[in-house]
Design a protein around this ligand. Sequence first.
Ligand code: ADP
Ligand code: MG
Length: 438
Amino acid sequence: SGRWVKAMEIVKEFEEKCGTPIGKLRQVADAMTVEMHAGLASEGGSKLKMLITYVDNLPTGNEKGLFYALDLGGTNFRVLRVQLGGKERGIINQQFEEVSIPPSLMTGTSDALFDYIAAELAKFVAEEGPDFQLAPGRQRELGFTFSFPVMQTSIASGTLLRWTKGFSIDETVNDTVGTLAGGRYTNNDVAAAVILGTGSNAAYVERAHAIPKWHGLLPKSGEMVINMEWGNFRSSHLPLTEYDHALDAESLNPGEQIYEKVISGMYLGEIVRRVLCRMSEEAAFFGDTVPPKLKVPFVLRTPVMSAMHQDTSPDLKVVANKLKDILEISNTSLKTRKVIVELCNIVATRGARLSAAGILGILKKMGRDTLKEGERQRTVIAMDGGLYEHYSEYRKCLENTLNEMLGDEVAGTIVVEHSNDGSGIGAALLAASHSQYL
Ligand code: ADP
Ligand code: MG
C-alpha cells in the first residue's frame, strides 16, 4: 500500500544518511587525530578538551595495602574497598556497595549531592571488616572516579566543567582513566581505554613532551594520561541525520557531545524512537493514530532496543512483547517487526563503526596503527561500559570494523579487551599508585 511505500522511503533515506563506508570512517579517524593534536597544543584549541589528568604513574601490579574508591557514574554511585597483595597475590579482597542517587539530588546543588555521597561513604567505611587491614600509621586513601569532564589542577583536585548525561547541577561543572588503570594493573600493554556506557569517553597514555599546552615539570615516568572527553568530538564527516539534529536541539546540552549522541547508550534507543515516530506520523506505520507512548522522549531505552535487535525467535516474539509492554502497540505484523529490527541495526551499526573510527584515531596519534620494523609492539585497548558489555551486535560490529580498517597484519597486534569493572577498582588502584606513602 501507499503507506507502506512511504514508510519504507523513510527507512531507506535514514539508512543512506547513516552510511559509514570505510572512506568516511577514515576521514573521521583522521579528524579525531587532528583534534587530539589541537587539544594538546593549547587550552580551548579543540572541541576535544584533552584534559591533563596528573596521572603519571599507572599501576604496575606491585601495589600493596588497603584502598578505597568512589565511582560516580550516570545513575548510581558505588563505594568499594580493595586489599592489594602485590605481584604475587594481586587483589586479595574486594567489597563494594551500590547506591542509587535520588533524582532530586541530580538536579539540585552540588553541595547536597556531595554531602549525600560523603555520608554514604562514611557508612561504608564504618562497616570495614577484619578481611581488610590498613597498614599501621596510615590513613585510608580513596580514589574517586567521576565520569564527567573535570579540569584538574592536581592529582586530587579539579573543577567540574559541565554536567553531561542528564545531570544538570548549577555551581560546578572521570571513569575512563580508572578503566585505563584497571586494565594496566593486569596487562602492561594497555595503552588506551574507551568507555561505552550511558555516555562515552576515552583516555590514553601520551608522551609527556608531546603535550605543548603543559608547562609544568615533566613527570619522571615521561608519561601522562590524557582524558580526551571524546564525547564532545564533532566533525563535518560524521553522518548526522535530521533526527540527530532534532535530538541534539531538544537535549539538555544542545551543540555539545555530538559524537556521544550518535554512539552512546543514552541516545541509541531514542534515535530509533524518533524515526519510528516520524514513520507513524507520516506513513501511519502503526495504524491511523500515532501511539501516544511513542511520542514520549527516551521511552525506548537502549537495552530494549538491543533486546529487539538481537531477537532470534522466528516470529520476533521479543520485538512484539517490547512493543506491547513499552510502547503499548499490539498486533504488529511480522513484516513491521522486521523493519523495527532493521532500524535498530542501522542505528547500532553507525554507532559501532563510528566508535571504531575514533579508536583508530587514537591508535594513529599513538603511532600504533602501523607496524614498526623490528618492533613487536602489542597494544591493548581496555573497554568498559554497559553498552559495550551487553550489546553484543554493537561490540562485534565495532571489533570487525576496527580490524577491517587496520588490515590483518596490524589488527594482529591490537587487542580490544573488556576491562571488567575497571572504573571502580581502577580508582582504588590509582589511589595506590599515587599513594602519599610511596
Ligand atoms: P554508566 O555509563 O552510567 O556509568 P554503565 O557503564 O553501566 O553505566 O552503562 C549503562 C548503560 O549501558 C545504559 O545507560 C544503557 O545505555 C547501556 N546498556 C545497559 N544494558 C544494556 C543492554 N542490555 N543492551 C544495550 N545497552 C545496554
Ligand atoms: Mg560507569
